[in-house]
Design a protein around this ligand. Structure first.
Ligand code: GAR
Length: 201
């Protein structure tokens, strides 16, 4: 059986769509068995439903809920889908060991290792280019061993150079294209290197 993936999303889900499309065309050596979001209105949930994939929403009860308590509820929901790998694809919430100790987790981030952790990484890279501080950015997929922000052992990267007359829109489009391709490649790499395709449940 193929590797069981659960994908966590917080918004649009274009990277989830890249996984779903690759799966449908036989280019992903894994099955997306569920999509879980911390936002009930995340468009990624609609993308999942359209593909016939199970969805769950785990929202914070209230602002007083401890991070670890939320993470335990999230982990319990994710665990019901028996994932062999959890993919953070536009998941915009830090996870603690209450979640990370339960599953192998990888994260996609639109910057090269060590650059622009956190939100709005694409905009910040563009600003840095405009100020002549850099001539390239890129995208990466890394393991998530702890609650560091967009930081962990790197699985794969793609550089995305700036080009003459780039606008934020043109740069952003290339970054998204790069991450859609990289995420599929990185999942296939992780599945192959960890023999996850042969241990399906
Ligand atoms: C993507 O650019 C992803 O790399 C980024 O959020 C976007 C989600 O887009 N993730 C982070 O910034 C994580 N720190 P999507 O919802 O269309 O896939």
């Amino acid at each position: 059986m193929t590797c069981r993936l659960v994908v966590l999303v917080s918004g649009n889900g274009s990277n989830l769509q890249a996984l779903l499309d690759a799966s449908a065309s036989g280019q992903l050596s894994a099955d997306v068995v569920a999509v879980v979001s911390n936002k009930a209105d995340a468009f990624g949930l609609t993308r999942a439903s359209n593909a016939g994939i199970a969805t769950d929403v785990v929202e914070r009860h209230d602002k007083a809920e401890a991070r670890a308590d939320f993470d335990r509820r999230l982990a319990n929901t994710v665990a019901r889908h028996q994932p062999q790998l959890v993919v953070l694809a536009g998941w915009m919430r830090l996870l603690t060991s209450a979640f990370l100790d339960r599953f192998p987790v990888i994260n996609l981030h639109p910057a090269l290792p060590g650059q622009f952790p956190g939100t709005h990484a694409i905009d910040r890279a563009f600003d840095a280019w405009q100020q002549n501080q850099t001539d390239r950015s890129g995208v990466m997929v890394h393991w998530v061993p702890d609650d560091g922000v967009d930081n962990g052992p790197v699985i794969a990267t793609t550089e995305v150079p700036f080009v003459e007359h780039d606008t934020l829109e043109s740069f952003e489009k290339r970054m998204h294209e790069a991450e859609h391709a990289l995420l599929v490649d990185a999942v296939n790499l992780v599945v192959a290197e960890n023999s996850l395709e042969t241990t399906g449940q």
